[in-house]
Write a protein that binds this ligand. Structure first.
Ligand SMILES: Nc1ncnc2c1ncn2[C@@H]1O[C@H](COP(=O)(O)OP(=O)(O)OP(=O)(O)O)[C@@H](O)[C@H]1O
Ligand SMILES: [Mg+2]
Length: 401
């Protein structure tokens, strides 16, 4: 059985150290991250999906309690233990009703913590690896029109053609999404319907919100109206993806251009981020900004993959020069084939399936093989995350270059 992975969110250095020291002695238990504040802790939890979170509550503000509730709502399979110096019955009730599995009084007694951890270790739902955890592959660009939706759609279809058992394609370009129209689908339900019923849906029922396409992919379409799109909170979008990852082997996500709070949260929880660009000056300028932001956010290089779309070696800009200049290695380059891609969009059948023998389709298939063949690389435990709200995360001082 896999190790029990734990994250500690606690303002007190000594408490974190004491918990760490005690739990390090446990066989089958691994502390994968520690955070001093709840914003960093939340990002760490989203990125690493631990089995147990220990969070301090009842301090100067109620951010710990809010974190406990949000983690429980977004990732119900995570066991949340709250720790507090206050024995106040209201606080205990509040913690339990926000989904905490244990309330541990501080200073935490070793035998109480041991019992709580042993309970999770013995939980029968952990046998056989616990809940399925599909990979979230997010396609993103901070420049419009470079082929993000085309590549997301074709990758989803290509992964099915390469033998993936279940692939979900989610349109998180909530205002202007066009995945359903690229695939000529008339969806019954949308992201909005799922987001507004998250408390009633589980891994076995979530599939009913998606619409099946002839290629075998299941599509969760963009909301019907801008008002519905606006109503979806970042936390609901993240929870919806987490739920989908328990039902699908791959969850391929199309995103709007640019960094809004919802998109940042989606990027945070993605296993891999495919940044799409072209070899044109405006696109490359934006790519540079985008890679700078990801460096600021301390995303590891193994998660951020640059895709060059519409690559034509005759274009005048040499990919090798750009790679050296912007300090990245392109993960894949897709050839330019406007006619076949447009034809695929107009017939609702992605080029990877509709023109299987073409160079562009073969390139997409090879890319999918590379994506599918890679072992999921665990995001480095405790990968330090910048603090503060999303604007601060974006515009705060760069910490490394
Ligand atoms: N490899 C390619 N070769 C030729 N044309 C392409 C290629 N990839 C995408 N296109 C074309 O580029 C246009 C934009 O594609 P797409 O809508 O996928 O981009 P996008 O980045 O999602 O745009 P938006 O900002 O509107 O979301 C489409 O007309 C599509 O046919
Ligand atoms: Mg798009």
């Amino acid at each position: 059985m896999k190790n029990l992975r734990i994250i500690i969110v606690d303002t007190d250095d000594l408490t974190r150290k004491a918990i760490h020291t005690h739990l390090s002695g446990f066989a089958g238990v691994e502390i994968i991250g520690e955070a001093k504040d709840t914003v960093t802790g939340h990002r760490m939890i989203r990125q690493n999906r631990p089995d147990v979170v220990l969070v301090e509550v009842g301090g100067l503000d109620d951010s710990g309690m809010k974190l406990a509730a949000e983690v429980h709502r977004e990732m119900p399979q995570v066991a949340v233990f709250v720790t507090s110096s206050h024995k106040n019955p209201d606080l205990i009730l509040k913690a339990m009703s926000s989904g905490a599995r244990e309330f541990l009084l501080r200073p935490i007694e070793i035998h109480v913590l041991t019992q709580a951890i042993e309970k999770v270790l013995k939980d029968p739902s952990r046998a056989g690896g616990g809940v399925r955890r599909g990979r979230v592959l997010t396609f993103f660009s901070n420049k419009g029109g470079v082929g993000t939706t085309t590549l997301a759609t074709n990758t989803a279809a290509g992964l099915v053609m390469e033998g993936a058992s279940a692939v979900g394609l989610v349109d998180m370009d909530l205002q202007l999404g066009n995945v359903a129209s690229f695939l000529n689908l008339t969806p019954t339900y949308t992201v909005f319907d799922l987001a507004s019923q998250l408390d009633k849906v589980n891994a076995s029922t979530v599939e009913s919100f998606l619409t099946k396409h002839a290629t075998g992919i299941s599509v969760l379409a963009e909301p019907r109206t801008p008002a519905e799109a606006e109503a979806i909170t970042p936390s609901q979008a993240a929870s919806a993806l987490d739920l989908l990852r328990s039902a699908y082997e791959y969850v391929v996500v199309d995103t709007p251009k640019g960094f809004d709070e919802r998109t940042l949260d989606i990027l945070d929880l993605s296993d891999e981020i495919f940044v799409v660009s072209e070899l044109s000056l405006p696109a490359l300028r934006n790519l540079k900004k985008c890679l700078d932001v990801f460096r600021d956010l301390q995303y590891s290089k193994t998660r951020v993959r640059v895709l060059i779309n519409r690559h034509d070696p005759r274009g005048g800009i040499r990919l090798a020069d750009i790679e050296q200049n912007l300090r990245f290695d392109a993960f894949w380059s897709f050839p330019n084939d406007f006619f076949r891609i447009m034809n695929g969009i107009n017939t609702g059948s992605p080029v990877v399936a509709s023109s299987e023998e073409s160079e562009i389709a073969r390139s997409i298939r090879q890319f999918c093989r590379k994506v599918a063949g890679r072992e999921a690389e665990a995001v480095a435990a405790g990968e330090g995350a910048p603090r503060g709200g999303y604007l601060k995360r974006l515009f705060g001082k760069r910490q490394e270059d």
